[in-house]
Design a protein around this ligand. Structure first.
Ligand code: FE2
Ligand code: FE2
Length: 179
């Protein structure tokens, strides 16, 4: 499958989850937290793989340079908002405002990718290229997902440990993952 179709499938899924999020009421913090985690698990692997295989193939091209640095910045902004949403969640304050901002920002980002980046990419990349990039994208996404899951688990465990154990635990984890 060409990269464009694969990216569009993810975009539809993320937009659906964001719509669900802004429609939640205040009474269900666990449901909200689970949904925010689900959005992150969709968004982060998508963005990392998209940057590595798709953006990278375009970013030095004169016709794409400017828009690529813009959409790249939008990834950073969206992930920062997602962090605010995760951190603020326990306090149950103002989450909806941030959720609405994130939804708007990502809808705008997605429309820029599909309506500005895709047409430029289709001029630069052959259809063979776009199939190869699609394959690389699909191969990379689960790897990013596994890495970010491992990172989250290590953070969670480290947060539960008394400080004197934390150092050796983190050191062991690091040594373990090098083997
Ligand atoms: Fe995307
Ligand atoms: Fe993106």
């Amino acid at each position: 499958m060409q990269i464009y179709e694969l990216l569009k499938e993810d975009h539809i899924r993320v937009k659906g989850l964001l719509k669900e999020l802004v429609n939640l009421d205040n009474g269900k913090p666990q449901v909200r937290l689970a949904l925010i985690t689900q959005i992150r698990d969709e968004l982060v692997p998508h963005a990392r793989a998209e940057e590595a295989v798709f953006y990278n193939a375009l970013r030095t091209h004169p016709a794409a340079k400017e828009i690529m640095s813009q959409v790249y910045r939008e990834h950073i902004q969206a992930e920062a908002m997602l962090k605010v949403l995760q951190a603020g969640d326990k306090l149950n304050r103002g989450w909806k405002k941030t959720a609405i901002r994130l939804k708007k920002a990502l809808e705008n980002h997605i429309s820029e990718e599909e309506n500005k980046v895709f047409p430029i990419a289709k001029r630069i990349l052959s259809s063979d290229d776009s199939v190869r990039i699609g394959e690389a994208f699909e191969a990379m996404k689960p790897k990013v997902r596994a890495e970010s899951f491992l990172g989250t688990t290590i953070d969670l465990i480290a947060n539960l440990l008394p400080p004197r154990f934390m150092k050796s635990f983190l050191l062991q984890e690091r040594l373990g993952s090098e083997n």
